[in-house]
Design a protein around this ligand. Structure first.
Ligand code: BES
Ligand code: MN
Ligand code: ZN
Length: 493
């Protein structure tokens, strides 16, 4: 993806730019710069005439405006100054990015950072602007798209007239790295499962290891069978494409410092297995590796930011297929932890692969904390919709840190409870536990299942079934929750 050059400490001499992005409030109010270059007459006249009411998300591009030295002026409606909210600010920001699409704007002075919603500072605005504009040039790129030409953005440089403080610089760099991480996450999740196989995910991780100096370790099927990953291997046994356990280590701190482990569900296609899913919208189950793609997207950002901490990625990757040799409802398997599982529904496969990955991560890396992420339950979409990911965990400070990063980046999480009463729903007559807990509280019982494999470590689980992609006419991967996780990790330094 094209990388925009973001700059701080820009001049406000408009001769240096071809485009000025200007926030406009109701009644045609704007910034000090607008006053200085005599633009307030224009914006207030537009308001009085009813041509531009500056509603949040409303934009107007003017070419060759008489009073200023650059050839494009993008007016961005921000609504009422007093009631500027994060939601309306981001709505306006994304509309501004969209308005620059398919224009010739290349070298832009962006003054949207001059205003911020209450309780947010300029560094926050720089973060959100950088994230939004870098993201706006994303387009899914793959040879199979054939004649559908990807976007061809002209935008090459964006400047902010803001001081080069550490906070501003950090915000800008974090945002750009996060946006580039999201692009990788989106590319992998958008890629159809006949291309994006476990092997392809492993090759992607190995290529990243080369680029950024990560250590890569890919476990193969025969090795994992020998190690006793009976649960993960049970899901993989019906698939023709071989499963992989994809591990990456990023070492930014002393080797003696225990790493944070990120574990991501990598089901490259979820048919449901013998408990076959209905046909409608089944194509969307190519996104069932959204957790894995998120972990790799976060590593892309880590490779660019290079923070002083240690992080490992553990990604169990397989297809979930119906087959003559596939697992069947009622089958009992033994997990790497030694606990046995009665598979009552082969469509609850995510937890079956994650439990062995969680055990493996603890045995191999002795992490200080584990965060796993997975498109785990349809129930999560019913509970929280597409706005927030669910977070559950056994350590409240860890959960709180994730929620705080989600709020700051506006890639939000909402906590659901864990409790022994829910755990009882996993009782089995034939094994230590069943892999499903009935219809009630489906997201919670899935997390209770994982909790049985993370008793001795601080752990949080993110259910991203509702947030990792959108359906409908803009169908595609969102790149979430890369921004929140990158922020969470940087807060751990
Ligand atoms: N990958 C699905 C969860 C999912 C469903 C994500 C729809 C996004 C959209 C997961 O493997 C699954 O099938 N879960 C089952 C669990 C059930 C059998 C207990 C579900 O949610 O129906
Ligand atoms: Mn499933
Ligand atoms: Zn699944």
């Amino acid at each position: 993806m094209k990388q925009i050059q973001f700059k701080l400490n820009a001049t406000t001499d408009l001769h240096s730019f071809d485009t000025l992005i200007l926030p406009v409030f109701d009644q045609g109010q704007s910034t000090q710069l607008a006053k200085d270059v005599n633009l307030l007459d224009l914006t207030q006249t537009l308001f009085k005439q009813g041509d531009f009411l500056a509603k949040p998300g409303q934009t107007q591009m003017l070419f060759q405006p008489a009073s200023i030295a650059c050839s494009r002026l993008l007016l961005v409606g921000m609504g009422e100054l007093e009631t500027l909210t994060v939601k309306s600010y981001l709505e306006s920001l994304n509309a501004a990015a969209k308005a620059l699409d398919n224009t010739g704007a290349t070298n832009v002075l962006n003054t949207l950072i001059e205003c911020q919603p209450a309780n947010n500072d300029q560094a926050w605005a720089i973060y959100q602007n950088t994230l939004a504009f870098q993201r706006s040039v994303y387009d899914y790129e793959h040879e199979s798209r054939n004649k559908k030409t990807p976007k061809d953005p002209k935008l090459t440089s964006m400047s902010y007239a803001a001081e080069t403080t550490a906070a501003n610089e950090t915000a800008m760099n974090q945002a750009q790295a996060s946006a580039l991480g999201m692009a990788l996450t989106q590319d992998l999740a958008n890629m159809p499962s006949n291309f994006c196989t476990p092997t392809y995910l492993a090759e992607t991780a190995e290529a990243m290891a080369k680029t950024y100096g990560f250590e890569a370790n890919i476990l193969e099927q025969d090795e994992m069978i020998k190690m006793g990953m009976g649960s993960f291997m049970a899901v993989a046994q019906g698939a023709h494409t071989p499963p992989k356990m994809i591990c990456l280590s990023y070492q930014g701190a002393d080797a003696s410092q225990a790493p944070i482990a990120l574990v991501g569900k990598g089901v490259t296609f979820d048919t449901g297995g013998i408990s076959l899913k209905p046909g409608e919208a089944m194509d969307e189950m190519k996104y069932d590796m959204g957790g894995a793609a998120t972990v790799l997207g976060v590593f892309e950002a880590l490779g660019r930011i290079k923070p002083k901490l240690n992080v490992v990625a553990v990604i169990p990757a397989t297809e979930n297929m119906p087959a003559g040799n596939a697992i069947k409802p009622g089958d009992v398997v033994k997990s790497l932890s030694g606990q046995t599982i009665e598979i009552l529904n082969t469509d609850a496969e995510g937890r079956l692969i994650l439990c062995d990955a969680l055990t493996y991560a603890q045995q191999t890396y002795k992490p200080s904390k584990i965060v796993d992420m997975a498109t785990l339950t349809g129930a999560c979409i019913i509970a929280l919709g597409h706005q927030m990911s669910a977070v559950l965990g056994n350590n409240q400070p860890l959960v709180d840190a994730l929620i705080a990063s989600g709020q700051k980046t506006y890639d939000r999480f909402w906590q659901m409870p864990l409790s022994d009463e829910y755990d009882e729903q996993l009782k089995s007559n034939f094994a230590d536990m069943a892999n499903i807990g009935g219809r009630a509280a489906g997201t919670i019982t899935a997390a209770q299942f994982l909790a049985r494999f993370t008793k001795d470590v601080d752990w949080a689980h993110l259910d991203i079934a509702g947030t990792a992609w959108v359906s409908g006419k803009d169908k595609g991967a969102t790149g979430r929750p890369v921004p929140a996780l990158v922020d969470f990790l940087l807060e751990q330094v």
